[in-house]
Design a protein around this ligand. Structure first.
Ligand code: NOJ
Length: 761
């Protein structure tokens, strides 16, 4: 009898130990529900919840991989990736809730990265808007469309800090700055989840790729990361932490190793940092098959790396089914504790509970009519256009050649002028490429004029090896039958007949994104040849760029009259670009990644450290290149407008700040140009002396102001001790007494400066 009581209390205690304590009645109810369910579950069923299967999707619709059906019916799957539409998800959900023993609904996850059906500019472009409301709205729209398409979960936002434009995935993130990246992470989590997952138009967000994926050596995708703790904590981790604090429902591990341990099997990362230090409560999914990839990393055989991943803190295995294959055996042999499996299963079930799937597993399987009403709506089309406009960055505009005069004879030349295929960018998984129209179409439709001319001028690429690689993944790059010389001659003739040339150039969408690193970040050589020939005509040239990463544009900067960076601007991208080109809208985007002069400067970023030998041109032994300046072509935060802004009268409310106090900063901003415009005012700090060396400047605040021509406004920021803090060498979050420089301006280079002291008393 005593033995029975002892065993029963042992199990009760064990269950209790896994059950998170909460005072919130809703959470308590959830815990009770999940407890009851888990008591009925076998070990295999719990492992099933940790398994995400993949379903293929061919051009005609979703197709089931072999065995998926049986696995769902036997309770061996908790989630499915790669399937959407209410009909398709309903079919699988029916299998789960009608045929599996415990009727646990499936979670449908998908890459909804910069929009679902309505595609917004690529994330790097969106970040250039510096408009948090807009970014939140795009995420909200994406969630609405995805939810109406049967989806519960997006693998977004990607918050990896990136300083190397060779890395193709810079297109998916928010650039190089931890402060801005954190604000964008929060905005996107808010947009997807709206703080209420029980609504039928919100979905789970996923902070990825945890962690440091953007620091891949040499910008080569999936490559090694080796980094000091202080750099990690101060420069790379903040956006992940901000996403966790904003309540993101899930995290995804990254493919890379960190200091010798792959992220997917990294217990320090997934448990000590994420769970213990950050107290993160959501669930962690691996990236695509990243468990067995640890065998290639050299971390053990498949069974060993599976144990490593589970013990590190992975809750769900994306695609590889390694946990499904080895989980039971690992528990039986004692290599993985049963309570670790319990905890992982619990976290997945809690996400399903929060979405309301236990109440109604089909709540995201809406009717065709409702889906239609929530997809590609006029509101979303307008939002996509607004996002395109606000993402565009004007890099150069000599003699105010822009905006264009619609009455002029304009020659649209270049491989991107009539090509709409790239506009929705990479990772626009369910986005429809045919919905976007070309720049030529947008421009000619807009004014219904016949004073616009066109010539192809050159192919997008001449390198047939590269074209083959890209076309295998849907790039549809075609070569003209004409020779490159004939194409150039034709374009030159068209340019000569015109008043101004709009040269639309850039990359194919598949030249950035996953597994799309480049060792050269210039425009393709044949495109440059065309630009050189056009330059000879003496006509003013507006270079319109479509690309997914910062490019090296030194020659273009010297030779073009205007340069407009438009990224891959999305479903309504061309209309938005045309709005800007013709002056219907005034550009306000600012770069969120530094543009180098050439590839040799990479990695280059504004918040770098100083050396003991700061650059002095006239002295030999200082930190510099012999053949190129240290500074970038276009700095972080940079972008022009059709109007001009002047900053003056930077004032601080005191010259000393102490704990608990606030230092007020004010600056006068004046629109000194001829039209209304929006400016992003940026505030940077520099800690002049500290226990560890600090960056030459760091963004600590920004605001946007829309001013009419001639209007002035006082812009105010408040600085507190919190803004001065950093992680010291003991990884304590501290503000250290001393002197600080404060900078305010319209980009990270051209700034007004003041100073203050911080004293701990
Ligand atoms: C691999 C990518 O790294 C990740 O970002 C994506 O979400 C998954 N595949 C799922 O498609």
């Amino acid at each position: 009898m005593n033995k029975i009581i002892f065993i029963a209390s042992f199990y009760l205690l064990a269950a209790y130990a896994c059950q998170p304590s909460s005072t919130d009645p809703k959470e308590k109810e959830m815990h009770r529900y999940v407890d009851r369910l888990m008591r009925k579950m076998t070990l295999e069923e719990k492992i099933g919840q940790m398994t995400q299967l993949v379903v293929g999707f061919d051009i005609t619709g979703p197709v089931l991989n072999e065995g998926v059906e049986e696995k769902i019916k036997s309770g061996a799957a908790g989630s499915v990736l790669g399937i959407y539409t209410p009909e398709a998800t309903r079919k699988l959900q029916e299998m789960a809730v009608n045929d599996s023993r415990l009727k646990i609904p499936l979670l449908f996850g998908y890459d909804v990265i910069h929009g679902h059906r309505t595609i917004f500019p690529i994330n790097l472009g969106l970040s250039a808007s510096w408009d948090m409301t807009l970014i939140e709205q795009t995420a909200q729209a994406a969630a609405d469309e995805a939810a109406a398409d049967g989806l519960h979960w997006t693998f977004s936002p990607m918050v990896d800090i990136a300083r190397d434009p060779r890395w193709g995935r810079v297109s998916e993130g928010a650039g190089e700055d931890p402060y801005l990246g954190s604000r964008i992470a929060e905005a996107m989590v808010r947009g997807y989840e709206q703080d209420d997952l029980s609504r039928n138009n919100t979905i789970l967000s996923c902070i990825k790729h945890f962690a440091l994926y953007g620091a891949a050596e040499a910008g080569r995708d999936y490559n090694t990361v080796d980094m000091s703790d202080v750099r990690m904590y101060n420069e790379y981790l903040p956006p992940y932490k901000a996403g966790a604090e904003a309540g993101a429902a899930s995290f995804m591990t990254s493919f890379n190793e960190i200091n010798g341990v792959p992220a997917t099997g990294n217990r320090w990362l997934l448990t000590d940092l994420l769970r213990k230090e950050w107290e993160y409560k959501g669930f962690v999914v691996t990236d695509y098959a990243s468990i067995p990839e640890m065998v290639n990393h050299g971390s053990g055989n498949e069974q060993e790396v599976t144990a490593m991943a589970i013990n590190a803190g992975v809750d769900m295995d994306m695609v590889s089914e390694a946990i499904s294959r080895y989980g039971t055996e690992l528990v039986k042999s004692g290599k993985v504790a049963k309570k670790t499996i319990d905890m992982a299963c619990r976290r997945v079930l809690e996400a399903k509970y929060k979405l309301g799937l236990f109440e109604d597993p089909f709540r995201y399987c809406v009717s065709e009519k409702e889906k239609h009403q929530r997809t590609f709506t006029l509101r979303y089309q307008l939002l996509a256009r607004e996002a395109a406009i606000k993402s565009v960055v004007l890099l150069k505009n000599d003699n105010q050649v822009l905006p264009l005069n619609a009455e002029a004879k304009i020659a649209f030349i270049g491989p991107q002028a009539k090509r709409a295929h790239d506009l929705i960018g990479s990772w626009s998984a369910a986005g429809l490429r045919d919905e976007a129209i070309s720049l030529w179409e947008a421009a000619t439709k807009r004014y219904e004029k016949n004073n616009y001319l066109y010539a192809l001028g050159c192919n997008l690429l001449e390198d047939t090896g590269l074209i083959d690689k890209l076309n295998r993944f849907g790039s549809k790059i075609q070569q003209s039958e004409k020779t490159p010389q004939a194409l150039i001659q034709e374009a030159v003739a068209v340019a000569r007949k015109s008043d101004i040339v709009v040269a639309a150039m850039g990359e194919a969408f598949s030249m950035s994104g996953e597994a799309a690193s480049r060792s050269s970040i210039e425009l393709p050589e044949n495109q440059k040849e065309l630009l050189k020939a056009l330059k000879q005509t003496g006509k003013p040239i507006v270079l319109v760029l479509m690309n997914g990463r910062p490019l090296a544009l030194s020659w273009e900067d010297e030779n073009m009259d205007a340069i407009l960076e438009t990224w891959f601007a999305g479903t309504a991208g061309s209309q938005g670009i045309a709005d800007v080109l013709f002056g219907g809208a005034n550009p306000s985007g600012k770069l969120t990644m530094t543009y180098p002069r050439n590839i040799g400067q990479v990695p280059i970023y504004y918040n770098h450290k100083n050396t003991g030998r700061p650059i002095r041109e006239e002295e030999k032994y200082t930190s510099k290149y012999l053949d190129t300046p240290n500074d970038p072509l276009y700095p972080f935060g940079y972008g022009l407008s059709y109007t001009s802004f002047q900053y003056s009268d930077l004032q601080l409310s005191a010259d000393c700040l102490a704990p608990g106090q606030t230092l007020s900063v004010s600056v006068t901003l004046e629109n000194t140009g001829k039209r209304e415009g929006t400016e992003t005012i940026q505030l940077y700090l520099h800690d002049k002396t500290a226990s560890i060396t600090r960056p030459v400047k760091e963004l600590k605040g920004f605001q946007q102001a829309r001013l009419a021509s001639g209007e002035s406004k006082t812009i105010r920021f408040d600085i507190t001790e919190e803004d001065l803090k950093f992680y010291n060498s003991d990884l304590q979050w501290v503000a250290e007494p001393g002197e600080f420089d404060l900078f305010v301006g319209g980009n990270s280079r051209d700034l007004l400066q003041a100073s203050f002291k911080y004293s701990a008393k």
